[in-house]
Design a protein around this ligand. Structure first.
Ligand code: G6P
Length: 437
């Protein structure tokens, strides 16, 4: 086990950071963090101060010996880091609200990671993620980057293909499925293993194991009428008929692809009823959370944190970090380059897949061919993602239009063109470059 890790958190003013702190505390001493450096941009400075004070109280109350520093100077912070957690949101919640709102004007799904909203988010975020990766190449070339920044699959792929930084992309949906199965069969989550493959927010569990026993059929039959979802996604159930037919457990986000009409209707109803898009509701939850974080008697994350979709993400983040930095080997579902693990996807595409994680990295496990029912959709979305990455890297409007045309949630080429013009115009200040064509 290594000692004295320096962990840098980018976007530390996020209301999620106390959740990460709880994970770091829980995983002592397997994750021997000595220095924690919080970094944010100037707009996030006040939130970072509040989170830092609260994090300090959490550490003191639990008797955990970690020092916390905070800075707005990213390069200074990255010097000599062992692990970098990236959880940034370029343009803030306002930009997310825009990503959700613009597609809805065209009757299209408005979401921060899938559809045109995820596309806009990628255009803003990928250049920043790469500038972080290039700083890391200079200042901490051997550090691990654990990426939570959305859209996580595309951001992770861009970092892995266009920088030399060891990056692992993370998401809390797979672990939520694992925990839900564990609760359903009344066993410890560590004894449940998933064979899962696909893309971030587009993945499927093909097999579920309890120790060495295959309990897939039991779990599929249990799912009937008992489906759960992360807090940010409307809890419309997949029909039993669908699950019976496909014999796979879909990622919660498949609702956006397979129940599109009803999900779009829900979004429209929310707007009409004055409930706003998800970003607007998250802003209200955050206001409540930041009020609580300033309560000097509070030394643990408050229950309101469960209203965020990423609740419990530290179960993934800290466990992965533990295995990468010398703790025990684990099997977990994370985002890495495919390298032949899933047939029918490019070698250099990021995929969300069951991996064995040790101090050399996250090693994707061979999944063979994708099930026919989902193969086309996964390939379709991967093509859209790779075009989006090209568009973001080069500010290329042709690649951007091709990307939107290739997105299965965009209904026609005309709508794609209108969406693109509006997205580029509205995001201009955050795109950080002039767009060609
Ligand atoms: C899920 C997703 C994350 C996403 C989050 C949104 O956990 O896996 O990628 O960031 O939900 O939650 P929010 O509370 O921001 O809507």
């Amino acid at each position: 086990m290594s000692t004295g890790l320096k962990l840098v958190v980018l976007g530390a003013g996020s209301s999620y950071t106390p959740e990460l702190m709880a994970g770091l505390i829980r995983y002592q001493p397997e994750v021997p963090v000595e220095r924690l450096i919080f970094v944010d941009v100037a707009e996030g400075a006040e939130r970072m101060r509040i989170v830092r004070d609260f994090a300090q109280r959490m550490l003191s109350a639990s008797g955990t010996q970690i020092t916390i520093e905070s800075t707005l100077d990213r390069r200074q912070a990255l010097k000599g880091a062992d692990v970098v957690f990236s959880q940034i949101r370029v343009g803030g919640m306002k930009a997310r609200a825009r990503d959700e709102r613009i597609p809805m004007k065209y009757g299209v799904l408005g979401q921060e990671t899938v559809g045109p909203g995820g596309f806009a988010n990628a255009l803003r975020t990928i250049p920043v993620a790469l500038s972080i990766a290039h700083d890391m190449e200079d200042l901490c070339p051997n550090a691990w980057c654990l990426n939570f920044t959305n859209p996580s699959g595309m951001v992770t792929e861009a970092m892995l293909r266009y920088s030399a930084i060891h990056t692992v992309g993370l998401c809390n949906v797979p672990i939520n499925i694992q925990n839900a199965v564990a609760r359903a069969v009344s066993k410890e989550p560590e004894r449940i293993r998933l064979d899962m493959y696909g893309l971030n927010h587009l993945s499927f569990v093909r097999r579920v194991w309890l120790d060495e026993a295959d309990i897939t059929e039991l779990v599929l039959s249990y799912m009937a009428g008992r489906q759960t979802t992360v807090a940010n996604i409307a809890d419309l159930p997949f029909s039993n008929r669908l699950i019976d037919a496909i014999r796979l457990i879909p990622n919660d986000y498949l609702r956006y692809y397979w129940l599109t009409r009803d999900m779009v209707r829900r979004q429209r109803e929310d707007l009409e009823a004055g409930r706003g898009t998800r970003a607007i509701r998250v802003m209200a939850v955050e206001a409540e959370l930041f009020r609580k974080y300033q309560d000097l008697t509070l030394t643990e994350p408050p229950p309101e944190l469960a209203k965020r979709g990423g609740a419990h993400y530290s179960d993934v983040a800290v466990a992965v970090m533990a295995s990468l930095t010398g703790g025990r080997e684990r099997e977990m579902v994370v985002n890495v380059l495919n390298r032949g693990a899933i047939d029918g996807l490019p070698e250099d595409a990021s995929v969300e897949v069951t991996c064995r994680i040790d101090n050399k990295g996250a090693h994707p496990q061979p999944m063979g061919a994708m099930d026919l029912v989902v193969r086309g959709l996964v390939q379709h979305v991967k093509a859209y993602e790779q075009l989006t990455i090209q568009a973001a890297l080069h500010g290329d409007k042709d690649a951007a239009l091709a990307a939107l045309v290739a997105n299965p949630l965009v209904p026609s080429a005309d709508v794609a063109a209108d969406l693109l013009d509006e997205i580029v115009a509205e995001n201009q200040p955050d795109l950080g470059r002039d767009w060609v064509r």
